[in-house]
Ligand binder design. Structure first.
Ligand code: FMN
Length: 214
């Protein structure tokens, strides 16, 4: 099939766009207002976009509380959403009124951050402390501003539960991070495989070379 996004003539009951751009990592964002109110919410329009320095971003469709709080105080924490925390993560996406601490509402434990004010989720194996770089309000093809705001933050500190470091490597599969797919679907990373990047001088490796699951 082919359809244009202008006409949305895909003939399906739901827009398949988010089922194509899948799985998307989830930034489970803690933020704090200038009055010290705490907010926690999941964002799957989330990714890392730079390594040196480490920069992450998440996109708020509308001016949600996380965006408002990050604009107020310039800091946030990205907590890793995992299989064990999937229901708590989902609970924090409920449309609570501004000022309700979703961390406590979902039965999670706040742990102090080292460099920023918003706490991290104690139960998560990894959390990244971030400082706001910029908020980019997107425009469409006609140059009209959209109510979509991408928050970029530089990662200034990273917490890792040492139990997931094995032979000097962070064992992603053991943490079982979850990711968002289309509709109400999620994926869980419980296995990884490795492929070594080619050297330009080497001929292409045969299919399947150096691949191992588990
Ligand atoms: C897994 C998941 C991913 C989500 N991703 C986004 C997203 O990328 N952008 C967005 O605006 N809302 C997203 N939402 C919805 C927000 O989490 C929800 O609107 C939440 O209430 C926002 O909280 P806040 O107003 O406290 O920031 C997502 C929800 C779930 C469950």
């Amino acid at each position: 099939m082919f359809y244009t996004t202008e006409k949305r003539d895909h003939g399906l009951p739901h827009d398949p766009f988010k089922a194509i751009v899948a799985p998307r990592p989830i930034g489970w964002i803690t933020s704090a207002s200038r009055n010290g109110e705490i907010n926690l919410a999941p964002y799957s329009f989330f990714n890392a976009v730079s390594t040196r320095p480490s920069i992450v971003c998440f996109s708020s469709e509308g001016r949600k509380d996380s965006l408002a709080f990050v604009e107020e105080t310039g800091e946030f924490v990205c907590n890793l959403a995992t299989w064990d925390l999937r229901f708590a993560m989902n609970q924090t996406s409920a449309p609570y009124p501004r000022g309700v601490d979703e961390m406590r509402a979902a039965g999670l434990t706040p742990a102090p951050s080292r460099l920023v004010r918003p706490p991290r989720v104690a139960e998560t194996p990894c959390a990244m402390e971030c400082r706001l770089l910029q908020v980019l309000t997107l425009k469409d093809l006609e140059g009209r501003p959209l109510d979509n705001h991408v928050v970029f933050g530089q990662v200034v500190g990273i917490h890792i539960d040492d139990r997931y470091i094995r032979n000097g490597l962070l064992d992603t599969a053991a943490m079982k991070p979850i990711a968002r797919c289309g509709y109400n679907d999620y994926a869980v990373v419980d296995a990884v495989f490795s492929i070594v990047r080619p050297d330009v001088a080497e001929p292409a490796a045969p299919a399947g070379a150096r691949q191992a699951r588990g």
